[in-house]
Design a protein around this ligand. Sequence first.
Ligand SMILES: [Fe+2]
Ligand SMILES: [Fe+2]
Length: 188
Amino acid sequence: MYSIELMVEEHENILKLLKVIQNACCGILEGEELLDEDFRKMISFAREYADKHHHGKEEQILFQQMTEHLGPIGVNLIQHGMLVEHDLGRLHISELEKALNQYREEPQTIYKLHALTEAMGYANLLQRHIDKENQAVYSYAEKSLLPDVLKSVDERVRLFEAKANENHVQETHLRALDELLEKYSAET
Ligand SMILES: [Fe+2]
Ligand SMILES: [Fe+2]
């Protein structure tokens, strides 16, 4: 199904960001400088692509339909599972931003430590979250939602994509991700 394939593909891009975050954090532990500008770029990808663009489609379209049509199991899985994790991810990102601001203001090790722990907290959370969606949540949606509901999910996702495309959302953020990958793709 179009929507699920697209969202699994987006997960691949988000996983690349998680690898960038991990490599950047390892570099710092090995004595490299914390490059504020690069961490701001990671935050921007996490907010604009992973959250607004990808979680946006999940929350406004697919998960909304699962909550509406799949009874208590759907509500539980989505509202008490997936959406809680999206929120926790947002918290890690805003705490990371706060730590970066503090470190910029006053370069103390404790702020650098906060930045690393929040960045890795986000990366670990999203990794597990994506595994759950790829392995269980999406396939549950595909086999449990009625065909006409799935069809309307696809239609709405196509519209969402087209609108984002007009605003160059995918192009802009995937290019930024490529730049980060060039710098932080070394295996650690
Ligand atoms: Fe999600
Ligand atoms: Fe997802």
